[in-house]
Design a protein around this ligand. Structure first.
Ligand SMILES: Nc1ncnc2c1ncn2[C@@H]1O[C@H](COP(=O)(O)OP(=O)(O)O)[C@@H](O)[C@H]1O
Ligand SMILES: [Mg+2]
Length: 246
């Protein structure tokens, strides 16, 4: 199969919410392209539409207007069943709050997307992934017996197990201390990179964003420029211009 030219493409994508007698735009006519295998960071002040952008790209939410294409798949007009199948097989999602199932072990949480999709877990691939995120030996633990960093590494392995086209992460280090956050980010980045996966990450942290190849800036639901090969100083300066609290 030919590889799609873009991992993610937005054409004039808007997401409106009712606001009194009117509408407010969480996303306002956003057009963007994200290259396969790339690592992109999304930044912007609180409320600028970062989570809305990720949710719409991952099929967790639908745009009010516009086209969303992930790999070869056009999301608009998909049936609910097809959209569910798309989410289970084509994208991985890492949330700030881990979102692990408390009654399932580490290994069961990681396998869950395959189980839900009715697919077999290749034991060797699963072992490789658990090793890659540094969870070997913890397979039988329950989430309540994990540290925050370990829990987020389970969530990362779960996001990668179905070999999705794109991995989305919404402030994946937001609940972790700086040192643990750095370790988790490095695991996410290096694992996605070894697997040739596209990574799109929302973060408030200029240092975390500087690990990306490109940073896209949002304000009021609109794209506000980008930095390619970003530096921490360059990102910080742009965030100040956008009016974000440091
Ligand atoms: N379910 C919702 N209902 C109404 N407004 C929402 C909803 N979700 C998000 N919004 C609004 O959309 C805007 C963008 O939100 P969000 O995408 O969560 O921003 P960010 O992730 O950058 O903080 C905000 O003004 C927010 O209040
Ligand atoms: Mg958010």
């Amino acid at each position: 199969m030919m590889r799609a030219a873009n991992a993610v493409r937005f054409e004039q994508v808007s997401r409106l919410y009712p606001n009194g007698p009117d509408f407010a735009a969480a996303l306002d006519a956003v057009t963007l392209e994200i290259a396969p295998g790339s690592f992109t960071a999304i930044m912007g002040p609180s409320g600028s539409g970062k989570s809305s952008l990720l949710n719409v790209a991952a099929g967790l939410d639908s745009p009010t207007h516009g086209r969303v294409v992930v790999g070869d798949v056009e999301l608009a007009g998909m049936s609910v069943d097809d959209l569910t199948r798309f989410r289970r097989t084509q994208v991985g999602f890492v949330f700030q709050a881990y979102n692990l199932l408390g009654h399932l072990t580490v290994a069961e949480n990681i396998r869950l997307p395959l189980v839900l999709a009715g697919r077999q877990a290749d034991p060797e691939w699963q072992r490789w992934l658990i090793e890659a995120v540094g969870l070997a030996g913890l397979e039988d633990r329950l989430p309540s017996a994990l540290s925050g960093g370990q829990a987020q590494r389970v969530a990362i392995a779960r996001a990668l197990i179905a070999r999705p086209t794109v991995v989305f992460a919404d402030e994946p280090t937001g609940a972790l201390d700086a040192h643990t956050g750095d370790q988790v980010l490095e695991i996410l980045r290096s694992t996605a990179s070894q697997l040739g996966q596209t990574l799109v990450m929302v973060t408030h942290d200029a240092r975390a964003a500087a690990a990306a190849e490109r940073v896209l800036f949002l304000r009021d639901g609109r794209l506000h420029g980008q930095i390619i090969d970003p530096s921490v100083a360059g990102i910080s300066a742009r965030m100040l211009e956008l009016g974000a609290r440091a």
